[in-house]
Design a protein around this ligand. Structure first.
Ligand code: NAD
Length: 513
């Protein structure tokens, strides 16, 4: 591992052999058991993390609550200035942080850097937004009255994140929450705790340099039981949770039981429709990158290709040929296209999916398999697979978080393809490849794709921070990042001011004393 300069990167990021996993900035409260973080790249133990107990959590919550009282009084543009400085620190530390993301999670170094770039982009977006937290002014129906709305911070926001975007998802949430005047407690995935610690160190430096209180950025670590401390806690008005649908259903119920708000970013089952008017070259690039990029571990990864029967063989052959060119191996080596899965449990799920698709009558046209030779000692490297399948297969209806692509044939008009595309329980990302304006517009219409993201002539995976990100149905309905996603981190207040000496009531009601 030393070949990649990973140990230098860890040093710069302040990662030690054993790290405190609960922190409010410079103060640490960690008395829980120790968990280890192994790299899926080469199976090495990177470092250990002390997890958060209930008592530690109470300390963190107390500090966060006190910090909120001060932070909410700062004018939003001043909060934006802090986020600007945080973005600058990320620019300085982009390479070591990108390297840690790549080594701890297993995505390519380019994607690791890309993730840190997303953090920088959302900081820039948040800085501008800190001067634009606009409310409307309405005309009152009563004479001499003014009515308007304003947005106030919510309080302590809880962030629960998944392993596959171990740093960006936190930044999407926290950069906006901070400029909105909230303070945040983050529980990263127990599979990528060191990424969380590195980010917390960077944030803590910025808050300290500005003499701001401990607790504006807080970190807790551990598995779902630590997440549950937040979902059941009425002191947390908003829980933003990213992860599996299984997790989302539990979190949503726990938060709803106390009438809190949850922002859910859950699994997808994303499809590209390939119509008779598709550009084949673009389709192949979009589909192959979408299916095998990040080893199929993006929430927006392409899972299904819905291909018109007239194009089917041509597209299938081109994609199989592209799969034969894929180089699988160490993701820190930029010559490789596909890195490892997160752990051997994920490899098990991948194997199960391949078995199940065959059991249900599917036809594996690129067989896949687990790699065991030299260079693959971590046991986490698999070959991307392709199966011809039908949309109603149970396994096709399910999100397998691995590089397994299903080819589905459609005939007739594009409505048939849209019906297949919408015929799953998830609704995150979708795409159509076509040069036909009518097909593209139908796909984007009210009776078109039912997903939160619908693209024309680009694949399903990846998104820019300027747009609101999220999906419908079992994907959870939440929206993060750009557009007006900031509103979920604030509470709206309607204000009416009477500047007369009378007290007229609304709706003309008379109440004479
Ligand atoms: P996961 O659901 O196993 O874990 C996600 C996080 O939730 C972890 O931090 C985990 O500790 C926590 N958690 C699990 N159960 C919990 C509970 N009952 N209470 C509180 N916290 C709990 O997901 P994962 O394997 O880390 O990530 C992969 C999944 O995430 C995929 O389904 C993927 O599609 C999804 N994802 C979605 C988006 C999106 O924006 N829609 C983005 C990234 C990943």
């Amino acid at each position: 591992a030393s070949d990649f300069g990973i140990y230098d990167a860890l040093k710069v990021l302040g990662i030690k052999e054993i790290n405190e996993g609960s922190s409010t900035g410079t103060n640490n409260f960690s008395s829980g058991e120790t968990i280890a973080s192994f790299s899926p790249v080469d199976g090495s133990l990177i470092a250990k993390v002390k997890t958060t107990t209930k008592e530690d959590y109470e300390q963190v919550m107390g500090t966060a609550t006190a910090a909120y009282k001060e932070w909410r009084t700062k004018p939003a543009p001043q909060r934006g200035e802090i986020v600007r400085q945080f973005g600058d620190k990320l620019r300085e530390l982009k390479e070591p942080l990108g390297k840690l993301v790549s080594y701890e999670m297993g995505k390519s170094y380019q994607e690791g850097l890309g993730e840190v770039q997303e953090m920088i982009d959302i900081c820039d977006f948040a800085v501008g937004l800190s001067r634009q937290l606009h409310g409307l002014t309405m005309h009152s129906e009563r004479p001499g009255h003014r009515m308007y709305e304003q947005y106030h911070p919510l309080g302590v926001v809880g962030i629960i994140s998944a392993f596959n975007f171990p740093v960006a998802v936190w930044a999407w949430n926290t950069a906006l929450a901070w400029i909105c005047g909230d303070v945040c407690i983050w529980k990263p995935s127990e599979k990528t705790p060191l990424c969380g610690i590195a980010c917390q160190h960077i944030a803590a430096t910025v808050f300290k340099e500005n003499n701001l209180p401990e607790g504006i950025s807080c970190l807790i670590n551990g598995d779902y039981t630590v997440g549950e401390l937040m979902t059941g806690d009425a002191r947390i008005p908003l829980v933003s949770a990213t992860g599996s649908i299984r997790m989302g259903k539990i979190v949503a119920q726990a938060v709803a039981a106390r009438l809190g708000k949850s922002l859910l970013e859950l699994g997808g089952n994303n499809a590209i429709i390939v119509t008779p008017d598709a550009d084949i070259k673009m389709t192949v690039i979009g589909a192959v990158f979408g299916a095998v990029g990040t080893a199929g571990q993006r929430c927006t990864s392409t899972r299904r290709l819905i291909i018109h029967e007239s194009m089917y063989d041509k597209v299938k052959n081109a994609i199989v040929a592209a799969y034969n060119q894929l180089r699988i191996g160490n993701p820190l080596d930029e010559n490789n296209h596909v890195g490892p899965l997160i752990d051997t449990d994920a490899v098990l799920q991948y194997n199960k999916a391949l078995q199940q698709v065959v059991n249900e009558g599917g036809n594996l046209i690129v067989e896949g398999g687990v790699l065991e030779e030299q260079g693959y000692e971590s046991g986490c490297y698999v070959r991307p697979a392709i199966a011809e399948a039908e949309n109603h297969f149970k396994i096709v209806q399910h999100e397998t978080f691995a590089p397994v692509l299903y080819l589905i044939k459609y005939s007739g008009d594009v409505e048939n393809a849209i019906a297949i595309q919408n015929g799953v329980l998830q609704g995150l990302s979708s795409a159509i490849m076509t040069n036909n304006l009518r097909e593209a517009e139908q796909f984007l219409s009210a009776w078109g794709s039912d997903c939160g993201i619908a693209n024309v002539n680009i694949g399903t995976s990846g998104a820019e921070i300027g747009g609101a990100f999220g999906g419908e149905k079992e994907t959870g309905g939440g929206r993060e990042s750009g557009s007006d996603a900031w509103k979920v981190y604030m509470r709206r207040q309607t204000n009416t001011i009477n500047y007369t000496t009378e007290l007229p009531l609304a709706q003309g009601i008379k109440f004479d004393l």
